[in-house]
Ligand binder design. Structure first.
Ligand code: NAD
Ligand code: UDP
Length: 310
C-alpha cells in the first residue's frame, strides 16, 4: 500500500514508518517538526519507497497520486509540549484531523486516528475499557489535549457515518522507547536521562499515581493490526502491567545501575491518579498482546539514551 503517516518524524510515527517499510509498503511521512525531528527519519533518507513532507496538517494537504491508508499521529503528545503549544494542540486535533479525513475521503483511503488514554481523563473506572466515557476537566491545563482528542474521535466517527470513510481509533496508553525526545518531559525519558547523569529523579507528588508502560514496538504492531482489522470502534492499545511512578523510578535506577536518589516535586494539576488499559478488545479483535517485558524495553531505552544524551 501507499501509506501517509502524519506526525511521521515523531517518536511513535518514525517507528511506525520503519515497520511499514519493512512490511513492503511505501510511506510518506508528513510533519511540521513542532515536537518531532528529522533525526528520527534520517536513516530513511534517499529510499525510493520513502518520502518526507514538511507540512502543517492543519493546512490543506495536497498529495498527488494514490493514498491507500492514513495514520494520523500528528499532535504534541507530552504534557509539557501541549502546555507549551495549547492552541496548536487544539488546532491539530480539530483542523488537522479534519484535513486528514478530507484527504482520506478524497482518496478513498482508510484512516487511523492516534487517540489516547487521556480521553478517559482522571478515570473513575479502573482499568479503563473502551466503553468508559471518561472524567475530563475541559478547562484545566490538560483539557487542550484531552478535548482535542475527544473532538478528533467525534470527527472521525462523523466521517465514518456520513461519508463512509473506513476509520479506526486507537486509544494509545503510555508508550516509551528509543527516539523519545530526552527533554520532552515525559516520565520515561526524564527518569532515564536523570539516572544516566546521576541526577535525582523528579517524582511528581508522592509518586503513588500509577501508569502502565508499553514498549514502542508493541504499540506499533497494535496500530498495524488495527489498520488491517477493519474494526471501526475505538481500541485500547497499551500494556496492562501497572506500577506506581515511585516503583517505576526505582526500576529505572536499578536497570541503569545508577546512584541517583528520588526528589519529590509538586504534582501537576489534574494528573490522573491511575491508568491501566483493559485490552480485552485488542486481544479479541486484533489477536494482539504486548510482548516486550518492561525490563527488556527499559534496558534498550537506557542504552539508546546513553548513546545519544551527553
Ligand atoms: P511526538 O511529539 O514525538 O510526535 C508527534 C509528531 O507530530 C511530531 O513529530 C510533531 O512534529 C508532529 N506534529 C504535531 N503537530 C503537527 C502539525 N500541525 N502538522 C504536522 N505535524 C505535526 O509524540 P508521540 O509520542 O510520537 O505521539 C504520536 C501520537 O500518538 C500523538 O497523536 C499522540 O497524541 C499519540 N499518543 C502517544 C502516546 C505516547 O505515550 N507516546 C500516548 C497516547 C497517544
Ligand atoms: N512524572 C514524574 N516525574 C517526571 C515526569 C512525570 O513523576 O519527571 C509523572 C507524572 O506526574 C505522571 C506520570 O509520571 O503521573 C506519567 O507522566 P507523563 O508525562 O509521562 O505522561 P502522562 O501519563 O501524565 O500523560
Amino acid at each position: 500500500m501507499r501509506i501517509l503517516v502524519t506526525g511521521g518524524a515523531g517518536f511513535i510515527g518514525s517507528h511506525l514508518c520503519d515497520r511499514l517499510l519493512e512490511e513492503g509498503h511505501s510511506v510518506i511521512a508528513l510533519d511540521n517538526l513542532i515536537t518531532g525531528s528529522t533525526d528520527n527519519i534520517a536513516h530513511l533518507a534517499g529510499r525510493s519507497d520513502f518520502k518526507f513532507l514538511n507540512h502543517d496538517v492543519t493546512e490543506y494537504i495536497y498529495i498527488p497520486g494514490r493514498i491507500d491508508f492514513i495514520f494520523h499521529l500528528a499532535s504534541p503528545a507530552s504534557p509539557i509540549d501541549y502546555l507549551m503549544y495549547p492552541i496548536q494542540t487544539l488546532k491539530v486535533g480539530a483542523l488537522g484531523t479534519h484535513k486528514a479525513l478530507g484527504l482520506a475521503k478524497e482518496k478513498g483511503a482508510g484512516l487511523l486516528l492516534a487517540s489516547t488514554s487521556e480521553v478517559y481523563g482522571d478515570p473513575l473506572v479502573h482499568p479503563q475499557p473502551e466503553s468508559y466515557w471518561g472524567n475530563v476537566n475541559p478547562v484545566g491545563p490538560r483539557g487542550v489535549y484531552d478535548e482535542a482528542k475527544r473532538y478528533a474521535e467525534a470527527l472521525v466517527f462523523a466521517y465514518h457515518r456520513t461519508h463512509d470513510v473506513d476509520t479506526r481509533i486507537a486509544r494509545i496508553f503510555n508508550t516509551y522507547g528509543p527516539r523519545n525526545r530526552p527533554d520532552d518531559g515525559r516520565v520515561v525519558p526524564s527518569f532515564v536521562c536523570q539516572a544516566i547523569k546521576g541526577e535525582d529523579l523528579t517524582v511528581f507528588g508522592a509518586g503513588d499515581q500509577t501508569r502502565s508502560f508499553c514498549f514502542v514496538s508493541d504499540t506499533v504492531k497494535g496500530l498495524i493490526a488495527l489498520m488491517e482489522s477493519g474494526y471501526n470502534e475505538p481500541v485500547n492499545i497499551g500494556n496492562p502491567s501497572e506500577m506506581t511512578v515511585k516503583e517505576f523510578a526505582q526500576e529505572v535506577i536499578r536497570l541503569a545501575d545508577s546512584s541517583s536518589s528520588l526528589t519529590y516535586l509538586d504534582l501537576p494539576v489534574d494528573d490522573p491518579k491511575v491508568r491501566k488499559p483493559d485490552i480485552s478488545t485488542a486481544n479479541r479483535v486484533l489477536n494482539w498482546n504486548p510482548e516486550v517485558l518492561l525490563e527488556d524495553g527499559l534496558t534498550e531505552t537506557i542504552e539508546y539514551f546513553r548513546k545519544t544524551v551527553k
